[in-house]
Design a protein around this ligand. Structure first.
Ligand code: THU
Length: 164
């Protein structure tokens, strides 16, 4: 019999019934994400996503998805926002990121959750600044999920420790 043991990874999220129950700082950031999704450029998916990033210096950076006729050339809201934060405020730590979405053909009552590529991009900034990034995820309405770190969404992440 081959010998092995089981590695169990537990991710935990705070679950709020709705955005009104959030702490002020989180609710405000989510409001910025929701406002930003209204300016998304999503003529192909008709699925608008907005992201808002709170920096340690108090600045709030927003971004939304930017699609392209050559589909893979588009970019998700989270990366639009986080790359802009990195470009404009290099060295300023990221406290939290709020993400929300709105679809043209259905009401999304479940929290939107960043795609794999965005999780990896966000993880890079946790490593870069050696500080956990609080993730606030909401749909158009309904529950809000909060994770204390991107690690909850990306266990066993690849990061710079492999590149020394
Ligand atoms: N999208 C985001 O902007 N963020 C996510 O977390 C998931 C997906 C965008 C990409 C594309 O423009 C549209 O949503 C449909 O996939």
């Amino acid at each position: 019999m081959p010998q092995s043991e089981k590695l169990q990874i537990i991710s935990s999220f705070e679950v709020y019934k709705n955005e009104q129950d959030l702490a002020n700082e989180d609710r405000l950031l989510l409001m910025h994400a929701k406002r930003s999704l209204e300016s998304a450029y999503a003529p192909y998916s008709h699925f608008n996503v907005g992201a808002a990033i709170l920096l340690e210096n108090g600045e709030i950076i927003t971004g939304n998805n930017q699609e392209n006729a050559a589909y893979p050339s588009g970019l998700c809201a989270e990366r639009v926002a986080i790359f802009y934060a990195g470009a404009k405020y290099p060295g300023v730590k990221i406290k939290s990121i709020a993400v929300s979405c709105k679809a043209e053909n259905q009401v999304i009552n479940d929290p939107v959750s960043p795609c794999g590529a965005c999780r990896q991009a966000i993880a890079e900034y946790e490593t870069r600044y050696a500080q956990k990034i609080r993730m606030i995820m909401a749909g158009e309405s309904g529950r809000v999920f909060i994770a204390e770190s991107i690690e909850s969404l990306l266990p066993l992440m690849f990061n710079r420790k492999y590149l020394k």
